[in-house]
Design a protein around this ligand. Structure first.
Ligand code: GDP
Length: 224
């Protein structure tokens, strides 16, 4: 059953500016787990930076994640930029076929520490290129999430590149594949950073994971 997304809550949550908190390469440097957080993860080039910019409404926010030396870091963004809020966490891209084994091992170790050790992590959004759907190369990552018992949800990117009929097919086959993954959220989101499709729904999904009342949200005015 699809959840009814609270679009107004999502809009409220993302109305204020986000800011870069820090990039980390080792567990000792993680910011204190003093607030809830959600993370984005995906293969390199999946459209993660574009999506991060689209949901925060900041055209260049995620540029930091692409700067040399930062692509292998876990980048923490705080939202709002001032006061208490939540962390949006940009996990390093995976799937560099040309990456040396030692680098891949480093990625795995850091991710494992993050996924196992972050009690405040509410969900990982796993980005999948909507043109390709879930690939066998994604399976080890799904398995890693299943093993870490972290809740995760699939998000298709670049939906503007895929015809509606094809997207419906891809959605059906992916939902079928997800049945084998107990920690996966059953709802799939289809997004486009170019057209804005699915962005309010993704914001709403994130808002549904955050304690909005603690951040001062009073709910939408008038009938819900
Ligand atoms: P990252 O490596 O996962 O951070 O991916 P980027 O956000 O840098 O995007 C990789 C490429 O895909 C760039 O050329 C983007 O312009 C393109 N791209 C990202 N999102 C979309 C989208 O929603 N639609 C289309 N058509 N292209 C996109």
């Amino acid at each position: 059953m699809a959840e009814t997304p609270n679009l107004a809550a999502g809009e409220w949550l993302f109305a204020r500016p986000a800011a870069f908190e820090r990039g980390v390469k080792k567990v000792e440097d993680f910011p204190p787990a003093d607030r809830l957080e959600v993370a984005l993860c995906g293969r390199s080039n999946v459209g993660k930076s574009s999506l991060l910019n689209a949901i925060t409404g900041r055209r260049a926010l995620a540029r930091v994640s692409h700067t040399p030396g930062r692509t292998r870091e876990i980048n923490f963004f705080r939202l709002p930029d001032e006061g208490m809020g939540f962390y949006l966490v940009d996990l390093p891209g995976y799937g560099y076929a040309e990456a040396p084994k030692s680098k891949i091992a480093g990625w795995n170790a850091l991710m494992k520490q993050y996924l196992r050790g972050r009690a405040t992590l509410r969900r990982v959004f796993l980005l999948i290129d909507g043109r390709h759907g879930l690939k066998s190369a994604d399976e080890p990552f799904l398995a890693a999430f299943d093993a870490s018992a972290v809740s995760y949800q699939l998000v298709f990117t670049k939906a503007d590149k895929v015809a509606a009929a094809e997207m419906a097919e891809r959605r059906a086959e992916t939902e079928e594949a997800l049945r084998a993954h107990p920690a996966a959220h059953p709802d799939l989101l289809a997004t486009s950073s170019v057209t804005g499709e699915g962005i309010p729904e993704l914001r709403a999904a994130i808002a549904g994971l955050i304690d909005l009342a603690a951040l001062g949200y009073k709910g939408p005015r008038g009938p819900a």
